[in-house]
Design a protein around this ligand. Structure first.
Ligand SMILES: [Zn+2]
Ligand SMILES: [Zn+2]
Length: 350
């Protein structure tokens, strides 16, 4: 078979797998259809009236992939919730929460809510920054950043294991004494407001630039321009980017191109599987862990040390210019860096 023939066959199989996945998801729940309809009604009129990139059509390339990410949520989100629960516990974010609990209980309720928002945003700033600057986390977050068009629907593209970065902040709020309803409301507001930040609208909202994030702030976060990479990590308040040296909002120009410079499959099924390459079967890993517990714990400890070392380098990197000194996460995931290889090694734990 010719190379072109293989290419087409692969695309046909990927499209068929995506259709099956979407079909199964719709049989579980049609709620995402309503969310997509609401996004369309609320955002597209503004994109038509005040487009940031003129001439960008609603039916643009890869819109099917972004829509499919939204539609398959009912069947992939539960896997993300399981990982989120584990991350919430093992991140130990509840420890500083417990330490703050007596203080939180003593302040008035309005101040309490503001404090909760600021602290939530601080934690998300760091988990989001690590998602970009720690290679193993970037492989999941890169799916969200792989869209080359920002509009009403591109915020739906994301891996379910990438969304788990909200878990430490959520657990922190609960441990600090904030109600589950409040912590849940902030999380939902973050997710929904995040969808609007991708809209193709030309509002600059300059007076708000340093107070609250805007579509322009998040568009800079999505650009693949080298000078702007590793910037604008906050999800509510730019104050954290200003404080930690990653704020990037030039007054005289605006982002033109978006996406990542590495290979990411084009369809939803490929994008869901791509970050898992090389990780192996988790059940086999658990089986090995049970039969060789000491060796497995040593192996796990080594992985955690690698991750913590990369987080430390990210936290301490020079942000004198925004791009800093940290090299971008691996451009060629098929040839991962040594540190990435350690984290995805399929060899038995030693
Ligand atoms: Zn990001
Ligand atoms: Zn985004």
């Amino acid at each position: 078979m010719s190379k072109g023939g293989r290419f087409n066959t692969t695309r046909v199989i990927a499209a068929a797998a995506a259709l099956v996945l979407v079909g199964v998801a719709l049989s579980v729940s049609v709620e995402p259809v309503f969310l997509i309809a609401v996004l369309f009604v609320l955002v597209v009129p503004f994109e038509k009236a005040m487009p940031r990139h003129k001439g960008q059509r609603v039916r643009r390339p890869a819109i099917g992939t972004d829509l499919a990410h939204g539609l398959v949520t009912p069947i992939v989100a539960p896997a993300g919730l399981v990982v989120a629960g584990a991350l919430g516990v093992f991140s130990l974010a509840w420890l500083p929460g417990l330490a703050l609990r007596p203080l939180v209980g003593q302040i008035p309720s309005l101040a309490q809510m503001l404090l909760g928002l600021v602290l939530f945003d601080l934690l998300i700033y760091w988990t989001h920054r690590f998602s970009h600057e720690v290679p193993f986390l970037w492989r999941f977050h890169a799916i969200h950043h792989s869209t080359e068009t920002l509009d009403w629907v591109s915020g739906l593209r994301g891996h379910p294991f990438d969304g788990v970065i909200l878990a430490p902040a959520f657990v922190f709020l609960l441990a600090a004494g904030f109600s589950p309803e409040y912590a849940g409301a902030i999380t939902v507001i973050q997710i929904l407001s995040g969808l609007f930040l991708h809209a193709n609208v030309r509002w600059r909202l300059r007076p708000l630039h340093r107070l609250i994030i805007t579509p322009e702030f998040h568009h800079w976060h999505h650009t693949n321009e080298p000078t702007a990479m590793h910037s604008n990590y906050s999800v509510f308040l730019p104050i954290w980017d200003i404080a930690f040296g990653t704020y990037f909002m030039p007054a005289n120009r605006r982002p033109e191109t978006y996406g990542v410079d590495e290979y990411i499959p084009s369809g939803v099924v490929g994008q869901l599987l791509w970050p898992l390459r090389g990780i192996g079967n988790p059940l086999v890993r658990v089986g090995r862990g049970l039969s060789h517990p000491i060796r497995s714990l040593r192996w796990l400890g080594a992985q955690v040390r690698v991750l913590l070392g990369q987080m430390q380098r990210s936290a301490l990197r020079d942000t004198g210019n925004v791009t800093g000194t940290v090299p971008h996460p691996p451009r060629r995931p098929d040839r991962p860096s040594a540190s990435t290889r350690v984290l995805v090694s399929t060899s038995p734990p030693r």
